[in-house]
Design a protein around this ligand. Structure first.
Ligand SMILES: *Cc1c(COP(=O)(O)O)cnc(C)c1O
Length: 394
């Protein structure tokens, strides 16, 4: 029998067991606080003379491990992982812009990014305008003397239009306007914004990078160290910190990202061609297909990399859409993208339900319009599911 210790010692942290071997997996560190040796050391930590964590909102190892890996993929330095993709978008905009500034956004940006720009920023005296990223002349026309930043996505949601990134970058450069690129859809496997004149890169890590629909996270990196610090300070002050467990999950998911992406992209290419041959499908949208409205630009910008997203339009209305979803229960009908498995979304009942009917019609988003986030399944399974769905709808 060992000596009985007073129960009060339970509150003392137990020492970590000694081991001459070390863990292969990344340790998960949920600690919110870090103990320093003495005030001199803590002072040196805060002053930046020595590296050391202090308080998890300011930074923690699991976020940093993940951030350094995404930095590597994007060719970035000092990127920040945030608690969601929207936190990353918000930190980039609100960490840099101030009252009197003007920001321009692509007219098909992610719904919440559009809302942030058009509704929330306005309350802080930051004006927003929109332009068509496939037509840089519309950007040129929208720029004002007080325009400070442009935010675009390379491939739009859900009509998968491909932005004229070269034209946009040239204009931003000439006019001294910061170019922020939300690279969620294209991923660094398809496009690396910092290699093409971007100042800021943003991700919803929730999607393809983490890849398993079990962690909500974002990432933002800036080329300029001053901007980087402004974004970091705003994110830490407003509490956009990610959970260590989510970062741990995402780092694990990220290990297989290139394999998942390549397989999903190949599946998407085959599925797009298959859908185009089915009776009852009015049109298929996939960037590298010859019938895509931006085909030449997609090939120039992305090479053979069309990505994992495919959109298509059924003949028929809501009833046909309901029938398709019912006939393919093994494909999750869920308003997300980037999961390891294929998911199906219907913009008219989800992401675009509050978009004005005229705007939807202009973009060709009808009741029969679906967006597919293609996963890594055996392709034969997917083709069978979609054939069954389209047959049931028509
Ligand atoms: C999902 C998404 C976001 C928001 O990311 P969350 O992690 O859901 O906050 C931003 N931009 C794009 C392009 C997205 O797809």
């Amino acid at each position: 029998m060992t000596d009985r210790k007073p129960l009060e010692t339970l509150v003392r942290r137990a020492p970590w067991p000694d081991s001459v071997s070390r863990a292969v997996g990344t340790p998960l560190q949920p600690s919110v606080v870090y103990a320093s040796e003495n005030p001199d050391q803590l002072d040196a930590q805060y002053g930046g003379a020595v590296a050391g964590y202090t308080y998890a909102r300011e930074g923690h190892p699991n976020a940093d491990v993940l951030a350094r890996k995404i930095d590597m993929l994007e060719g970035a330095e000092g990127g920040l992982v945030t608690g969601s993709g929207m936190a990353a978008v918000t930190a980039a905009l609100m960490g840099i812009l101030g009252a009197g500034d003007h920001v321009l956004g692509g007219d098909q940006l992610y719904g919440r990014s559009l809302r942030l720009m058009t509704q929330d920023l306005a309350r802080f005296g930051i004006a927003t305008g929109l332009f068509d990223p496939t037509d840089p002349a519309t950007l040129e026309a929208a720029i004002r003397p007080e325009t400070r930043m442009v935010l675009v996505e390379v491939v739009s949601n859900p009509t998968l239009r491909v932005a004229d990134m070269e034209g946009i970058a040239r204009i931003c450069n000439d006019r001294g306007v910061l170019l922020a690129v939300d690279n969620t859809f294209t991923t660094p496997r398809g496009y690396r914004p910092f290699d093409h004149g971007a100042d800021i890169v943003i991700h919803s890590v929730t999607k393809l990078l983490a890849g398993h629909s079990d962690a909500t996270l974002g990432y933002v990196a800036a080329r300029d160290p001053g901007l980087r610090k402004a974004i970091y300070d705003f994110a830490v002050t407003t509490g956009m910190t990610p959970s260590p467990f989510d970062c741990w999950l995402a780092e694990r998911g990220l290990m297989s990202f290139p394999l998942r992406y390549d397989r999903a992209e190949e599946n998407a290419r085959v599925l797009a061609d298959h859908l185009a041959g089915l009776k009852g499908v009015r049109r298929v949208v996939y960037p590298t297909r010859p019938d895509h409205p931006d085909h030449n630009r997609a090939v120039a910008l992305l090479g053979a990399r069309g990505g994992n997203m495919v959109s298509f339009e059924l003949e028929g209305g809501r009833a046909a859409a309901n029938a398709l979803v019912r006939a393919m229960p093994e494909v999750a009908f869920a308003p997300t993208l980037g999961d390891i498995g294929t998911t199906l979304s219907h913009p008219n009942s989800s992401s675009h339900r509050n978009v004005a009917p005229e705007a939807r019609a202009r973009a060709g988003i009808s009741e029969g319009f679906f967006r597919v986030s293609v996963g890594v399944e055996e392709i034969a399974l997917l083709l069978r599911d979609f054939s069954a769905g389209v047959a049931a709808a028509s």
